[in-house]
Design a protein around this ligand. Sequence first.
Ligand code: SF4
Length: 357
Amino acid sequence: MDNIGRLESPDYVQTSLAGAMALGLEPGSFYRNAYPGSLNLLMTYQDGCRANCSYCGLARERYAEPDKNTFIRVKWPVYELSNIIDILTRPPQAAAAKVQKLGRICISMITHPRAADDCIDIVKRLSASTQLPISVLASPTILQGASAFFNRIKSAGADRVGIAVDAATPELFFDMRGQAVGGPHRWETYWEAIEQAVMVFGRDNVSVHLIVGLGETEQAMVQTISRANQYGAQAHLFSFCPEPGSKLSSYKPPSYGQYRRIQLAAYLLNKKQSTIDAFEFNSHGKIVSYGSRLHELLGDDLAAGEPFRTSGCPNKEGCVACNRPYGNERPGPVLRNYPFQPEDSDIDTIKGQIWDE
Ligand code: SF4
């Protein structure tokens, strides 16, 4: 084995900083008590990710000072998987309160030739030792036979799959992740994998990640959310935030208005069986109406801020577990994805943003 002595998957994984804090492995407290409901683990290899996505902190050609590599702008410390399992399996009276709030584990693959087999190994070890439901954020590019891989991770104990398409159109995908940046990813491969994942895991058990603000119009983003729904998947939103050292480090995040309008559209499409035909767009592709049934479809959900909460995989009770606190922005008074129920003052702020530029 050439990986002996290296801190690599499957024996080692990275955790998000929030995840490490929830496990008690990093100090700190959560702004507004936004405890993570999902433990997000990232596979790790010394020679890194083979892809070169222009917005990503893990990209092959990203410039970063040694030891300053970040992903989603925060540190992802490396831990031994067995250490994490020890913490997760402590009896309730010995486990820290933050660990008990975890309702799911998610394993993110990176584009590396060993990642598929190692991911199955990690799923097996976690499902043999904890009762928490397990998602896999799969990298379609390295799967030789997506259907067989999805069947293997399902047998190993995963109950859901995520596919990070990220860019909303084939052209943007090519420019940001594909040949234009020397990357191996193909739009068609991703959507074929989504189709196979839905066949194995069933409708609404597959999530498609999309990043708002990579240069797409609102209309193009809504069409791709609708496409994900037609495949039987749910769309989960991320707001672009520039990663230092990446090719897009000087890009600006989308306006709050753009992000709020897409959040509301995604909620209507994912949860309320609304269709894109009901929406109206202006000549720049901006949403100008959600149709005459908006208030009937939303009921009290708008007043409760539901469309603006983080969308992600659920816990066993069916509530969102993957709330990714501050995954899109620094902790601060105005959030994009609310990792908790927004308060009245948050909802006043949100309402003022929806029709803003
Ligand atoms: S929504 Fe969260 S738990 Fe689900 S696949 Fe994406 S990162 Fe993983």
